[in-house]
Design a protein around this ligand. Sequence first.
Ligand code: ZN
Length: 290
Amino acid sequence: MREQTIGGPIEFTGVGLHTGENATVRILPAPAGKGIIFRRVDLDNFELRADVASVARVAYATTLMSRGVWISTVEHLLSALYGMGIDNAYVELDNFEVPILDGSAIPYTEAISRIGLVRQQRNKQFIRITKEFVLKDGAKKLGIYPAETFSIQYDINFPHPLIGKQSLRVPLTGSNYAEAIAPARTFGFYNEVEQLQSAGLVRGGSLENAIVLTETGMLNDTSLRFKDEFVRHKILDLLGDFALIGQPVLGRLVADRAGHALHTRFVAELLESPTHWVVDTLAAAPVSAR
Ligand SMILES: [Zn+2]
């Protein structure tokens, strides 16, 4: 299996969920072996690699930072690139925060599907999980287990009539990401909006880019895209944070009520635990000694 990049540039303009500021993001082809590189075009094309070493802040969104330059709310964009199997791309941004668009990853996946992918002259380097790796934080739990393909299972439990207990396992192969995960939107609770806004958050939030839950239902007058849209969005977010591993993975990822902080800590600690994985190009049949 070869590395892939995007077939040509795609561009999106919109408001940032937390800053409320407008930004334009362009995704462009990049050479094999490059990874995902953000460029702040408003700051002399300052480059910032999408990897776990760049994670700066993880409250309510994932923010990357290098030498004082920030890029905020990267998780939906990174989720789409990882979910669509893009290994290399430049992501140009003219502001601090990636636009939230409709709160899901579907604008990205539709545009990527239209423009297509290009196979490159380099074998994909998979991280193959060889021994389970589990992190817990109170009731939150995140683990990865050996498997021949990549899949995510997520369990959530919110005391809300539209949510409650939701559990879903999705093999991230073929078109599953684009169909089952990408359309799921961000959600938040109306009674937290004021408090979040006074903390400088969700200033760009609206019914156009989030499901806003009241005590008994939701403010949006559209219907849910899936009955379990909430757990699907948690999978979307987890994949966006997991993308910071920088390589495709062979393993079964299982999350129970996790969040951005545990997701990113998990990626960092997994990478620092090389007795739990090997790098594999799938170029030859797996050796039985593994
Ligand atoms: Zn999200």
